[in-house]
Design a protein around this ligand. Structure first.
Ligand code: PLP
Length: 355
């Protein structure tokens, strides 16, 4: 029996391959991947797409995917650009809107790629510290920037800024406001996404990825949502065939099975609560997370040691060796079993979480 066939029979029986430990015994909780596999519909569609038409170039503008995404998200296809992961879209945005010395603002700590991409464009990086509660920094809107980035929910904090605050920010900034919603599907409340606001905020761009909630990090697919004017400008900058045929097929199939994604979200939200409670019992401060990871802090203790000890037990979490974050660990919500193993090891290291 082929592996593919086995996996499909297994998922029909309610068994989820992602629940199986990895063969090398590593528990990987450091890059916020989804511990559950993508929808079986994705596998079926991919298998069908592996045929001689692979000799042909893919759709240059991802029209089929954009049509399906438009109907799922209630916008027009002209409001959507598809990218090779949302990282590619971030790069397209920088190339479209930022030249030497142009100002690009964002609050910190946040996703480190913004910094790298600004440096490549020789733009001027303007950073504004988040306040302790990770609300919108007062000074962010007044930076006179070509682009302003806001990661929401934010990484590494997992915290969420609500729609009215984002709307205020979009109206107050001088240039384009980019909301990076890589993790928004994991938010506790519905209506966390800024996407509906693109209709009446012409300077707003919303980024989504298939890497997290749709379990497709390996396929590299992201979407940008914005006014037709912004999207058509970005279309001119992107590579001609930036998404390959299989990624387009996978993304389209994933969007056609929303219940699968939602089922995984529910499990991850449940295990996020367990992880949070366990870490709190171990004396950590855990930021309220709306993502598939949590940030745990032991104020003014350097947690490098804890990170190293977990690593020696084959549990990988994220430690940021930078000022202001050395007393934090960012931990991806893995499977229930992985979270149990992590909490057990943390307890062994000297704190006392349990779940
Ligand atoms: C905030 C944020 N934005 C974007 C990305 C990139 O996502 P993609 O896999 O779609 O390139 C990540 C990946 O971890 C992320 O954390």
């Amino acid at each position: 029996m082929s592996g593919y066939f086995r996996a499909n029979i297994a998922s029909l029986a309610g068994y989820v391959p992602g629940e199986q430990p990895r063969a090398d015994g590593v528990i990987k909780l450091n890059t916020n991947e989804n511990p559950y596999p993508p929808s079986p519909r994705v596998f079926t569609a991919l298998r069908k797409a592996i045929n001689p038409s692979l000799r042909l170039y893919p759709e240059p503008l991802a029209d089929s995917l954009r049509a399906v995404a438009a109907s799922v998200y209630g916008v027009k296809p002209e409001n959507i650009l598809a990218g090779n992961g949302s990282d590619e879209i971030l790069s397209i945005m920088m190339r479209s809107f930022v030249g030497p010395q142009d100002r690009v603002a964002f609050p910190v700590p946040t996703y480190s790629l913004y910094d790298t991409l600004i440096a490549i464009q020789e733009g001027e990086r303007i950073i504004v510290d988040y306040p302790p509660d990770f609300s919108v920094p007062e000074a962010l809107a007044a930076q006179n920037s070509a682009l302003t980035f806001l990661c929401n929910p934010n990484s590494p904090s997992g915290t969420l800024i609500r729609l009215p605050d984002i709307e205020r920010l979009a109206r107050a900034v001088s240039g384009i406001l980019v909301i990076d919603e890589a993790y928004v599907d994991f938010a506790d409340s519905e209506g966390a996404s800024t996407l509906p606001l693109i209709r009446h905020l012409p300077n707003l761009v919303v980024l989504r990825t298939f890497s997290k909630s749709f379990s497709l990090a390996g396929m590299r697919i992201g979407l940008a949502f914005a006014s037709e004017e912004i999207i058509s400008g970005m279309m001119k900058v992107k590579d001609s065939y930036n998404l390959n045929r299989l990624s387009l097929v996978a993304a389209t199939a994933a969007l056609q099975d929303m219940p699968w994604m939602m089922r995984n979200l529910t499990r991850i939200q449940r295990d996020r609560r367990r992880l949070t409670e366990g870490l709190k019992k171990g004396g950590f401060y855990v930021y309220p997370s709306h993502a598939n990871f949590v940030m745990a802090r032991k104020k003014e203790q350097n947690l490098k040691d804890v990170y190293e000890r977990l690593k020696s037990k084959k549990i990988l979490v994220r430690y940021f060796d930078v000022p202001g974050l050395r007393d934090c660990l960012r931990i991806t919500v893995g499977t229930t079993q992985e979270i149990r193993s992590l909490l057990r090891e943390v307890k062994g290291i000297g704190t006392h979480p349990s779940m």
